[in-house]
Ligand binder design. Sequence first.
Ligand code: UFG
Length: 327
Amino acid sequence: MSKSKKLLVIGGCGYIGSHMVKCLLNAGHDVVVLDDLSAGYKENMLGGELVVGDCGDRVLLDRLFSGHHFDGVLHFASLIQVGESVVNPAKYYQCNVAKTLTMIEAMKDHGIGALIFSSTAAVFGEPVYTPINEAHPRQPINPYGMSKHMVETILRDFDRAYGFRSVALRYFNAAGADPEARIGEGHEPETHLIPLALQAALGKRPALKVFGRDYDTPDGTCIRDYIHVDDLADAHLLALEYLWNGGASTVFNLGNGEGFSVQEVLNTIERVTGKPVPAEDAPRREGDPARLVADASTAKLTLGWKPQYADLETIVQHAWQWELKRG
Ligand code: UFG
């Protein structure tokens, strides 16, 4: 393990950010979390110091960056609802682009040059081929995906102009929870398949709506690549170490490289929980590509990343334990 470092985790009280905090603490690092608590919860922090504030507040950032010597920043704070981004793009560009630009400019001015940025498979838009590697064309079809693509572009230009080093990680479908069920997924409102289906199985929600059974896939439902949130966190730490070891700015796709249809996910949930998932057919959801599967071989090769929980059963099992625990 490398010497203990100090990291700023922006959005460390959210779903993926809180698993990142756990991973950094387990690796022996010091963690400061900056979170405005708009979508995260203090209780999700398993340790570290919390600063409540806005990541677009330059005065606050100057204070933080002058008061601590950070070896890197991990930026998770963003709005994530594709549908909302279509009806309210201003909100998405303001939060996901403008605030991020303020933040990375502050990093640059304070000489902090290791940023890990949360990007998304939504930067690709409709897949032209599958599995999707890093070189796949980026043609986002909604403002959410575009906002992440814009930040990736800003990071590329910051590297060229200022030597600012970063890694953007494009997540496919983050899922699962802490194997000890201390933290897990909990969005408000929840829009993601696995938590919604688990809550429907528990009778906490009405029947799950299956958005489209007429896709060009074997069972007609959409195919996604589900990746365990702890495996995502591991990739972030490896990406930081890559930058600390002098690695060049880059992007990596993160997924398991295996696709599961909505129906296969529901079948797995029924097997794992032993409960039926009440479900009903519904029209397609706008902006859902039929199939999104990652080619993550570059991250595996370059970072030595090896997902530990690569099977869907384990991912669902951990999500289920968390769902039972949160009640
Ligand atoms: N789905 C349903 N019913 C639901 C919820 C989802 O059928 O109630 C389906 C969706 O249509 C999709 C699949 O289940 O086919 C997965 O949907 P999620 O909402 O769980 O995840 P997405 O693939 O839409 O979204 C994920 C991330 C987003 C990101 C996107 C990039 O969660 O933040 O990938 O493509 F923008």
